[in-house]
Structure formats: C-alpha cells, structure tokens
Write a protein that binds this ligand. Structure first.
Ligand SMILES: O=C(CO)[C@H](O)[C@H](O)COP(=O)(O)O
Length: 237
C-alpha cells in the first residue's frame, strides 16, 4: 500500500472527527497517518481526547501532542479509526498484523462507531488471504494451539498455525503479555462461525476476526477514496 493511499484514507476518516469527540486511535502504518493528521488539527485548536490501541500508538500520539486518556477514565467513545489487514464488503475484518488486536477490539467495542482506513488491496471477497492472528495465553500454549487446530479440522480449514516470533528469535509478546498464533487457513467462508468457536477456547484471549464492529470503511484506490458502509437497520427494513 503506498503512503499516498494510506494518507488519503486517513484524511477521509479525519473528516468525521468533530471537536469534543472521544476517539479510539488505531495501530499500524495507516493509523499512523491518521495520528499525524489528527495532531495537526489538535495543534490548530481541535479539542478531542483519544484512547490509543497500543503502546506504539500511545508513544506517537504523546510525542505529537495528542491528548490521551484511558478506557477506565473514558469508557465510552464516540469514534474509533483503525486500519485493517483485510476487509470484505460486509465490513468483516481481519486485524492483528501489528499484534494490537486485543486492545483494538476492546476499544472498537467501546465506541459508538468504528471506521476502517485501508487501501483497496485489502478489500477481499472472502476473508482469509491474510493469516488470522489469534492472541493466546503463554500458559498452556501447545494445548491451546491443538484446540485451535481442532476447530480448524471441524470446519475443514487446512494450513499451519504458527507462533509469531519477534526479530530476536523469541516469541513475540503483545502489549497484554500474550503470544500470537498466526493461522494460515486461506479462505474463511464462515468467519462468524469460526469467530465463535475460537472465542470458546479457554487459552484464546482474542482473535483477529472483527465481526459487526466496523460501521464504515474508507478504502483508497487509484481513482480516489470510496466509503463502504454497513446498512443500518432502517435501511434494511
Ligand atoms: O490490526 C492492526 C494492528 O494490530 C493494523 O490495523 C493492521 O495490521 C493494518 O496495519 P497497516 O495499516 O500497517 O497495514
């Protein structure tokens, strides 16, 4: 994804931000463009407060002067803007490529509205080209991995489930102190059913399937940014 497209999608989402808003602030290289643009607006007088979805985003926001709070102080948010590794037309997402999926999901769920910023290479017909990140407890890792594989077997999903490693060769540790399993299963025709089964495994802390959380996406392509929105109950009746 080119920086131009990342910036374009971030700028489109920034249009939704109003003074007085409580914002969830996403993680990743696309979200970074959003943080930088938001910081400029804050410097120009925009009055917002943000909850970062990772230590990495918190550090950047702090450095750029974006006022931050926590979900404990501000448990209800107006809008969360975040990137995604993959999205489909129903705005089901795969997230967690940046290992921040747990905080990202907690923050998105605490928000009245979540919007996704992405380029059009991330828009797929069926989720699963991107390996699905699954955040797990270090305790009982192998037992949990086997339980995850059993879920895959039950759904006829085939492919490796591998522990994500850090650059130094040790297991990558998330902001929450957990590990990440990356599931290379390919197409996930029933993402929602898979999400339910993974969530029921005791050692699984959270998985990267975001179902029913995003309300809109700003998808940037060569011919501009288009908004994809989920139909509201009013529109479907
Ligand atoms: O889910 C995420 C982090 O956990 C990111 O939103 C996702 O990985 C997209 O990142 P990028 O904008 O760098 O492609």
């Amino acid at each position: 994804m080119s920086d131009e497209l990342k910036r374009a999608s971030a700028m489109a989402a920034l249009e939704e931000v109003r003074s007085g808003m409580r914002l969830g602030i996403g993680t990743g290289s696309t979200a970074e463009f959003f943080v930088r643009a938001l910081a400029e607006k804050v410097a120009g007088g925009l009055d917002i407060i943000g909850v970062p979805t990772s230590e990495r985003t918190a550090a950047l926001a702090r450095e750029l002067g974006v006022p931050l709070t926590t979900l404990d102080e501000t448990p209800e948010l107006d809008l969360t803007v975040d990137g995604a590794d993959e999205l489909d037309a129903r705005l089901q997402l795969i997230k967690g490529g940046g290992a921040a999926l747990l905080r990202e999901k907690i923050v998105a769920a605490a928000s009245r509205r979540m919007v996704v910023i992405a380029d059009d290479s991330k828009l797929v017909e069926t989720l699963g080209r991107f390996p699905l990140p699954i955040e797990v407890m270090p305790f009982g890792l192998e037992a949990t991995r086997r339980a995850v594989v059993k879920v895959a077997d039950a759904l006829s999903l085939k492919g490796e489930v591998v522990l994500r490693m850090a650059a130094d060769g040790s297991p990558l540790v998330t902001d929450g102190g957990h590990y990440i399993l990356d599931a290379h299963w390919g197409r996930l025709p029933d993402a929602s059913g898979l999400a339910d089964r993974l969530a029921a495994i005791p050692g699984v802390v959270e998985h990267g399937l975001f179902i029913g959380l995003a309300k809109a996406a700003y998808v940037a392509g060569p011919s501009g940014v288009r908004q994809i929105a989920v139909a509201t109950a009013d529109e479907t009746n």
